[in-house]
Every structure is written in structure tokens, then in C-alpha cells.
Write a new protein. Sequence first.
Length: 91
Amino acid sequence: MYKFVRIADCDIGVWIDSTVRELSISAFETAIDQCVEEKGDFVLIARDLLHMNLPELSDVARAATKLNQVKEAGIRTYVVYGSHDYSAACQ
């Protein structure tokens, strides 16, 4: 049996209000921390990790830091991209 975390529609960076915006990314960080702590088998990110395809770089840096911790722990990450994760400009 596998132990994993499924994270969906985080939409990090969506909130204009700084308090709610911080809660959004903190929830993502907490989920990742728990997966690493409990030695999960993998992380599944299902749709819209970030709110827009050209997000605020500070939000990207925080998310990337957490995802790097997952990698360093030897936990695989799988992503199903959502509409906000895609940019035609990046092709």
C-alpha cells in the first residue's frame, strides 16, 4: 500500500489580501512538511499549483523550496497541470 499526499487547486498567489495569501501558501508548505515527515511515497499535485502562469516570483520561490525538500527526501512528485499552469508564451 502507498502513502501519499494529494494536493489540488492550491492556486498559490490568488489572493489579493496578504493574510489570506499567506494562509494559502502556508497550507501548501504544511502539507509538504507532513509528507516529508511521514515519509510518503509520492506527492501528487493535481491542477493549478499556482494561480497564474506568470506568478509572483516570491510565491514561486517558496513553492520551489518545498518541492526541493521533497526531492531531497527521495519522494517522487507527479503533476497534472491545470489551466493556470500553462502558458502558450512558454512554448
